[in-house]
Design a protein around this ligand. Structure first.
Ligand code: ZN
Length: 101
């Protein structure tokens, strides 16, 4: 797995992502190799290392708004959802991403 799967594969278009929702600066898509039956990834389209290094509050709000909408879709369809972002050593790819599953 590349160091930054999101910039190198998804945002570059090398890996085709099936979109769930998209705004000017945020993309939500179905995980290409899902771990959970419902597994959606929400990422900023520009490189941000992690939740701890985001310093653009407008982007943070846009990102969380997409997370909220995706979570609402999942709860509506399945009755439950979990929103997760990994940090530090838990973070496999060093590009901020929220998982909704
Ligand atoms: Zn990146």
């Amino acid at each position: 797995m590349p160091e930054d799967f999101y910039c190198e594969e998804v945002l570059s278009g090398k890996t085709t992502a099936k979109k769930v929702l998209e705004t000017d600066n945020v993309l939500a898509y179905w995980h290409t190799r899902p771990f959970w039956e419902t597994h959606i990834v929400v990422i900023p389209k520009t490189h941000v290392g992690s939740l701890l290094s985001i310093n653009d509050n407008a982007l943070l709000i846009e990102l969380l708004d997409v997370v909220k909408k995706v979570a609402a879709i999942v709860v509506n369809e399945t009755g439950a959802a979990r929103v997760l972002t990994n940090l530090g050593e838990y973070q496999d790819s060093k590009h901020l991403h929220f998982k909704v599953n």
